[in-house]
Write a protein that binds this ligand. Sequence first.
Ligand SMILES: Nc1ncnc2c1ncn2[C@@H]1O[C@H](COP(=O)(O)OP(=O)(O)O)[C@@H](O)[C@H]1O
Ligand SMILES: [Mg+2]
Length: 305
Amino acid sequence: MSSLLDIRNVSKRFTMGGLFGRKVVDAVVDANFSLSAEKPEIFTIIGESGSGKTTLARMILGLEDPTEGEILFRGQKVDRHGRAKRLDFMANVQPVFQNPFEAFNPLKKIERYLESTARRFLHTTDKAVIDKAMDEALQKVGLSLKEVRGRFPHEMSGGQLQRCAIARALIPNPPLLIADEPVSMVDASLRMSIVNLLKSLRDDLGVSVIYITHDLATAYYISNRLIIMQRGRIVEMGDARTVLDNPEHPYSRLLKASVLSTDDAGAGKLATDPAMVSLATDMVGKPGRLVDRADGRSVRVYEGA
Ligand SMILES: Nc1ncnc2c1ncn2[C@@H]1O[C@H](COP(=O)(O)OP(=O)(O)O)[C@@H](O)[C@H]1O
Ligand SMILES: [Mg+2]
């Protein structure tokens, strides 16, 4: 089976400050997983804020180099240097960001973004061709060029604007989308429509999606597989339902229990029983190792634990 994406022993360390007070953050530590080229899936990355999700996404998008390890797209190393290669890569792996109102300049009509993306990836200035590509992409997200034409970002809801951002990402027909918390800035009432859209991109268009979230409910609903990250390390990985129905790692359990706590809902932070928290945080910083379980998942275990 050939693979679409291979993450091999990938780590990212940020070093800040000067000679004195140097600070090191291990944002991602030894991540390993692969997506198949034959079977589109929604592969979810779960973790509270600061766990390394965005850093991992940025490395996959080629916006950041790993400190160690390598990332292969269709067997080729992701190369963020060199314009032609970069464009070719971007046609295949497209981002959808958290806040659609930040992704669009408030003073520019939405269609300008779609247009420039179409021009860049289709290598054409033919207006009819560009309009057709824009309309097709918008239709895929339940909109049309007619509805969007002439409108500014503030004239749309967050949900509609996020659809436009997804339409823009779909213009080059990428096999892979990286959606970094795509619904966290969208009104709760519109969230499911975006989540369902990601699902239909997989099911109807065969697009694979790396879906980043701290929301276990939507993750459970749309994911095929998932990883749970704690402070840069994958602590559990496997079939989404297997893991979320019965999480094994103490941190996975804590995340599941935290869903019931409304104190910090939406903030991606934990708030729950202190005993559970200490159990789940005792191993932070310890390397441990991922062990395969009979049910197909992998769980990080620690010596002497
Ligand atoms: N450019 C950067 N420079 C320094 N530290 C960073 C940078 N980007 C992220 N970090 C740190 O890396 C860790 C993981 O951050 P991030 O990947 O944004 O997590 P998440 O997306 O899960 O919230 C955090 O401790 C964050 O402060
Ligand atoms: Mg993030």
